[in-house]
Write a protein that binds this ligand. Structure first.
Ligand code: HEC
Length: 297
């Protein structure tokens, strides 16, 4: 195997290892970034929903409850305000979902579907669990959900959610006596869910990764070519010349020229030594030939 082949094999092995390790870490990094980005988005939507809930309780409810019109205004219910607002957002962005899903809802639109039931049951089974994050498909699109448990930790909630008799008459007139009752203090009744699309961000991360990999491969290819040219010019070519010179001399052939030397590197030093050795060998050969000629006479 000649030097070029050996050298290239080593280069290819080193590049493959570099590419694999670089690729692995950059893949992890791009995927982690994408997940972080989407998680942040979901957290933000969750915080917005919580803000709407607080706003409703602190600013809307006191206003509407003080007007003594004898009507029940769902607008004073935080769950209603948050869900209505997010439904308005969904008119523009159907892939974003906010839902307060419960087993036994006051408003049937809040009924937990089988997937949400599973999440709620998981919160019930693990009371210390504060959050669940996972992947789901929404209309075939990869999405991410974040869910918090809905726990009845405030006794005031039970005015409207324990028994129909305790609930305001006007509320029962709208919602009936079926759903949203029978909840107890400290019970986990449902989950607050935010679903955000993940598909596009994941695809973008994939693209970024492939571009990075392609750039890395191109860089390696460029280095490979440059190194090959350099090695050929700086090492292999002079070595081939020295080899043929040594070969000629060993056969007593003193024709030919000295090696042209440029630079001051190790190969130039070696070439210089070779030139000196060539001169010495030629001198010895010439002396030997003269002596031979003299003795023949
Ligand atoms: C004044 C009565 C009232 C009080 C007090 C009340 N709620 Fe409700 N709650 C409702 C009504 C009415 C709805 C249905 C709103 C709608 O149409 O979306 C509802 C809906 C909900 C929902 C959505 C699921 C469902 O049942 O439709 C959750 C979760 C909820 N309430 C939790 C609470 C919690 C927690 C508290 C205490 C902090 C509380 N509620 C206090 C009346 C009340």
């Amino acid at each position: 195997m000649n030097l070029t082949t050996k050298f290239n094999i080593i280069l290819i092995i080193a590049f493959s290892i570099g590419l694999t390790i670089g690729g692995f870490f950059s893949y992890q990094l791009t995927q982690d970034n994408a997940l972080q980005q989407v998680t942040d988005q979901a957290e933000l939507i969750m915080q917005e929903a919580l803000a709407i809930r607080s706003y409703t309780v602190n600013e809307i409810r006191p206003l509407l409850n003080n007007n003594d019109d004898g009507l029940f205004h769902p607008q004073t219910v935080p769950a209603y305000a948050a869900t209505q607002t997010s439904n308005l957002v969904r008119e523009k962005r159907a892939d974003y979902i906010y839902k307060e899903a419960v087993f036994n809802p006051t408003n049937p639109r809040n009924k937990a579907n089988p997937r949400e039931e599973k999440i709620i049951n998981n919160f019930i089974a693990n009371p210390n669990l504060l959050k669940q994050i996972g992947n789901i498909k929404v209309k075939g699109q990869k999405s991410l959900y974040i869910s918090y448990p809905i726990k009845i930790s405030n006794p005031d909630c039970l005015v409207c959610h324990s028994t129909p008799e305790k609930a305001p008459e006007a509320m029962r007139a709208i919602y009936g006596d079926e759903g949203g009752f029978g909840w107890t203090l400290n019970e986990i009744v449902g989950t607050q869910m935010v679903v955000v699309p993940y598909q596009l961000t994941a695809e973008l991360a994939q693209k970024t990764f492939y571009s990075f990999l392609a750039a890395l491969a191109l860089l390696f290819l460029f280095l490979f070519i440059v190194l090959n040219i350099t090695i050929r010019k700086l090492i292999l070519k002079p070595v081939t010349i020295m080899t043929s010179m040594a070969d000629n001399l060993s056969k007593g052939n003193i024709a030919g020229n000295e090696i042209e030397i440029s630079g001051k590197d190790e190969i130039a030093d070696l070439s210089r030594s070779f030139n000196r050795m060539r001169r010495s060998v030629i001198k010895i050969i010439q002396i030997l030939r003269k002596t031979q000629a003299n003795t023949k006479r």
